[in-house]
Design a protein around this ligand. Structure first.
Ligand code: ARG
Length: 459
């Protein structure tokens, strides 16, 4: 085995399988770009504070820039023997510029280095997550605008409850994704802090300037406490929590899409690009993408639980356990970004079967509340009205008669105050249209929500 960078106080070389077990290069090379960026900011700070001479610093800067080009060209080779991305980069830098490379690690530890890399990595990915979420919101708003007056059954317990506007339904998800967006925006605040300069745990005696390196890296702030700086993974846990809640929302939406594409519902038909066929059953059109997103929520929840469990017993400051922080984040990032993309495309291109939705509200007694409300406005106490309508529903179910098919004479036997206008109220379209209460499914309210949402997004 080769001599380790930290091998001074060791006599025996480690076994290869021990190296392999301890190495993170297999996955932390995903932060190669951020690692170089962090090193560049660090060496520029060392130059600025005259901890290194301008000449030495410039040699290191040039070497790091060469590595950046090689990285972009796919020319860098990493090895398990060099353990992680940080030491691999230092070895590669030494190959470029010789022993002066060894000065880069002045006033720095891998502990603040890895934390810096991870902050940068997540900060960049958060931008993509946020822009994909905004795109999804735009898709929802466009679909909702086109479906303000599309009537469908609203459900509780998956039983027909009251008719609603499909636009209203869609805007409910808009609100959830809006909160998701706010959570990720908040997450940005905790990610946008530089740990660089905390060194191993205690800070350093070198006259460093963390504000300088933080500014170089585009961080808005610097950690106030060096122990916290190298031990904090809250920003990652926040991300994984936010990602989990987002996936939970997507998964619920997918669940409904999957149901609605079934023969029994038939409310939606997915575009061919977002559906798959069967190798044996020629008629099939399966909502695989929706199922996969629903399924992938499980791995993101797992990423969150994994890191919470890893962190919960760790004493301050750095512990090697924390090397386990990365794969979960990488996994969550590579799960939620494509999930958002696929979901947006799938929703945008899905065909809405308005007739089927409306038809589902016609013989389902979901206008029973309308009738009870009608009676209540005629002065009958709501509880009594509820009981009367319950009776009528029971009769209707037995005789296969909808509420709108009950003759006026029968209604007037129940209460002479019931007039012919009751039939208007019993129409699903009217039931939805009239729900003007703030945040209700009335067309005016759905339009109000859409207008507000458009204003939000324009911000
Ligand atoms: N590869 C390590 C990690 O991902 C870098 C930090 C190593 N620090 C240490 N003291 N061993 O956590």
């Amino acid at each position: 085995a080769i001599k380790k960078m930290w091998g001074g106080r060791f006599e025996a070389a480690g076994a290869q399988w021990v190296d392999e077990f301890g190495a993170s290069i297999g996955f932390d090379q995903l932060m190669a770009y951020e690692d170089l960026e962090g090193s560049l900011a660090h060496v520029k700070m060392l130059k600025h504070t005259q901890i290194l001479s301008a000449e030495e610093a410039d040699q290191i800067i040039a070497g790091l820039e060469t590595l950046q080009q090689k990285l972009a060209a796919g020319e860098l080779k990493f090895s398990v023997a060099n353990e992680d991305i940080h030491m691999n980069m230092e070895v590669l830098l030494t190959e470029e510029i010789g022993p002066v490379a060894g000065k880069l690690h002045t006033a720095r530890s891998r502990n603040d280095q890895v934390a810096t890399d991870l902050h940068l990595y997540l900060k960049y990915r958060l931008e993509t997550v946020i822009s994909e979420l905004k795109h999804l919101q735009e898709v929802i708003i466009a679909k909702a605008s086109a479906n303000v007056e599309t009537i469908m059954p609203g459900y509780t317990h998956l039983q027909h409850a009251q008719p609603i506007s499909y636009g209203h339904y869609l805007m409910a998800y808009y609100q959830m994704f809006k909160r998701d967006l706010e959570r990720f925006e908040f997450n940005k605040l905790h990610t946008d802090i530089s740990p660089l300069g905390a060194a191993a745990l205690a800070g350093t005696t070198f006259p460093i300037d963390q504000h300088f390196s933080a500014k170089e890296l585009g961080f808005s702030a610097v950690y106030e406490n060096s122990l916290d700086a190298v031990s904090d993974r809250d920003f990652v846990l926040e991300f994984l929590s936010n990602a989990s809640i987002l996936m939970m929302h997507l998964s619920r939406f997918c669940e409904e899409i999957i149901s609605w594409c079934s023969y029994e519902f038939g409310y939606l038909e997915l575009a061919d690009q977002y559906a798959t066929g069967s190798s044996i059953m020629p008629q099939k059109k399966n909502p695989d993408m929706a199922e996969l997103i629903r399924g992938k929520s499980g791995r993101v929840f797992g990423d969150l639980m994994g890191l919470l469990t890893t962190m919960k017993g760790l004493p301050l400051a750095y512990n090697k356990d924390m090397q386990e922080d990365k794969e979960g984040v990488f996994d969550a990032v590579k799960t939620i970004i494509p999930s958002l993309k696929i979901f947006s495309g799938m929703l945008e291109t899905a065909k809405v079967n308005k007739e089927k939705m409306l038809a589902a509200t016609e013989n389902d007694f979901s206008n029973a509340t309308e009738l009870a409300d009608y009676l209540a406005t005629k002065g009958i106490p709501f509880r009594q009205a509820h009981a009367i309508v319950g009776q009528l529903v029971l009769e209707g179910l037995k005789t296969n008669t909808s509420l709108q098919a009950i003759p006026l004479a029968r209604y007037q036997e129940i209460d002479p105050k019931i007039g012919a206008d009751v039939y208007e109220d019993l129409k699903a379209y009217v039931a939805v249209k009239r729900r003007h209460s703030y945040g209700g499914t009335g067309f005016d309210q759905v339009k109000r929500q859409i207008d507000l949402a458009k204003q939000d997004l324009a911000k």
